[in-house]
Write a new protein. Sequence first.
Length: 204
Amino acid sequence: MIQAGKVDCFFHKVLPNQIIDIEYQVIDSTHGDLDVSFQLTDPTGRILVADYKKPENTHRHNAVLEGDYRFCFDNSFSTFSQKTVFFDILIDNDEPEEKDYDDDKEMELGNAAETYMMSVKDISESVTRVKERVSTARRLQELHSAHEARDRNLAEEMCDRVMNWSISQIFLMIFVGITQVVFVKSLFDDKAMTFRRLIPGFSK
């Protein structure tokens, strides 16, 4: 939750040649539009990415310097509106991770009938692929949840607006109906001189 007129910043340590993936989305707002400004700066303070009043966006940046990168969400342009922002930051290596095993080392799996040889490298590559796919599935689920939350908030806000408008129209119709009944009744009531004086030609 980013308060009105405030800026919230987050820091993440990044190494050279690592890839920064950032995705954000405004899912709720107390008043006004679903938008927020965003900045990504390197450890020296240089602005790498700048968005102004956007509902959502995705950025991918290859880090050059080592240090704490700053991710800032700016809601200073809002006077009353608080914003709920979902964001996901993923730091990944551009180069393959160093292996802590010997490529020639193998693990023997066998039984009485035959012997199978499977290299540790093949196992590691399979595990890495599974890890990447699980991570991708997790991010997609989080994004789906964020989209669902935003749509639900929009639907609830629209429902409240329709309900308030309908209630105001009902009260207006009741007021107009009562006024018309009283006014018409006064035309035939000799004691109701107040309404009769309002109509030219009916005053005595």
